[in-house]
Design a protein around this ligand. Structure first.
Ligand code: FES
Length: 87
């Protein structure tokens, strides 16, 4: 598992193994728009303010993945114990 922090509210939410970030956020009333939920369409694109994403998508360029400022929370996870999201 890893934690995500919602920048606008300061709320910290734990993402368990086997659950999508978008799924867990929605359970907490934070709706990130999704379409494909497979890391292809880019609909759920979210800014990353702190931490390192573990990219599982096929949308970002290798350069964007390396930069780590954006991620696709319908499928991607975290390499660090904590990600701060621009939500
Ligand atoms: Fe399509 Fe996340 S919903 S990339």
């Amino acid at each position: 598992s890893f934690d995500v922090k919602i920048a606008s509210s300061g709320q910290t939410i734990t993402i368990p193994a086997g659950k999508r970030v978008t799924e867990v956020l929605e359970e907490h009333g934070i709706k990130v728009p999704t379409s494909c939920s497979q890391g292809v369409c880019g609909t759920c694109l979210t800014g990353v303010l702190e931490g390192t994403p573990d990219h599982r998508d096929n949308y970002l360029t290798p350069e964007e993945q390396e930069e780590g400022k954006l991620f696709l929370p319908c499928c991607s996870r975290a390499k660090t114990p904590f990600l701060a999201l621009d939500l």
